[in-house]
Design a protein around this ligand. Structure first.
Ligand SMILES: [Zn+2]
Length: 276
């Protein structure tokens, strides 16, 4: 929420009124203060899935968590702990992948939203880290919107544009970035200690025309789990990608919040107080 919107919502001075507030380390009175100042809740939604022999299973969660921090900082948000699991059944052929069903992801996002609404938070921004979650999170946002509670799903806005500007190697498929130069560069920028570059291999499988239209076993397409060429990855590229994603995501979040404020849904007096 920008300064003007916060003022319109009747925000008062608070010990946690600048930058993000982290739910995991906050107390319930601090949560109540965040509600009263109209803080938008921010939920990183990740996955635990294979990312080749060189990247951690939590790659998508790492990316979503970082992006969520940037969004929450920019909008004085209430940052929730990252969801470490998602819908990633296409990667079930690889050990370590843990996949939730569409219904489970939808139910988690909807339940989180309903709890936050009951507490008095005005809206929710979900930062999605994995394409497998898209459909379920989209449905959850519609479920909550029908109940009059606005939700924004941020899904790596502008990624294709920045990836083609920054990376030396092409994507394995249109809009398909997995354990490649893009994701490897991003993890090198955020957690280099988790990247095993000596194990990085390139893989450009023949992508079936039906990809995305029918259940696909990615292990059959790429036994290594890599789609693209991670060998040219670099932390500097990852930082450029992350900065561009954060700019777009923050712009999207601000547009959403001004719409929420204009609708009057951001008025904290319109929601019930948190339970004692
Ligand atoms: Zn990923």
């Amino acid at each position: 929420m920008d300064a003007k919107a916060a003022s319109r919502a009747g925000a008062t001075a608070s010990a946690i009124s600048r930058g993000r507030s982290e739910a995991a380390s906050a107390t319930w009175p601090e949560a109540g203060s965040a509600c009263r100042r109209g803080a938008p809740a921010v939920l990183p939604f990740g996955a635990l899935e294979q990312h080749g022999p060189h990247l951690p299973l939590s790659t998508d969660t790492i990316m979503a968590a970082w992006l969520s921090e940037k969004v929450a900082d920019a909008v004085d948000g209430w940052l929730l702990p990252a969801m470490p699991l998602g819908n990633t059944s296409a990667n079930d052929g690889f050990p370590g992948t843990v996949s939730l069903s569409f219904d489970t992801v939808r139910a988690i996002a909807t339940d989180v939203g309903r709890s936050l609404a009951r507490s008095g938070f005005p809206c929710l921004i979900i930062v999605n880290g994995d394409w497998g979650n898209r459909a379920a999170l989209g449905q959850a946002s519609r479920d909550l919107a029908v109940g009059g509670w606005p939700v924004l799903v941020v899904d790596y806005p502008g990624l294709a544009e920045v990836a083609s500007a920054v990376c030396e190697t092409p994507a394995a498929g249109a809009g398909f970035y997995h354990a490649d130069e893009v994701e490897t560069s991003v993890v090198l920028a955020l957690h280099p200690e988790l990247v095993h570059m000596e194990r990085a291999v390139a893989s450009y499988p023949l992508m079936p025309a039906t990809l995305g239209s029918t259940p696909t076993d990615l292990a059959r397409l790429s036994p290594s789990g890599v789609f693209g060429d991670p060998r040219t990855a670099a932390a500097t590229k990852g930082r450029a990608i992350l900065d561009a994603l954060a700019d777009r995501a923050i712009g999207l979040a601000r547009s959403f919040l001004s719409d929420v404020a204009a609708m009057g849904d951001g008025d904290p007096t319109a929601v019930p107080p948190p339970a004692p």
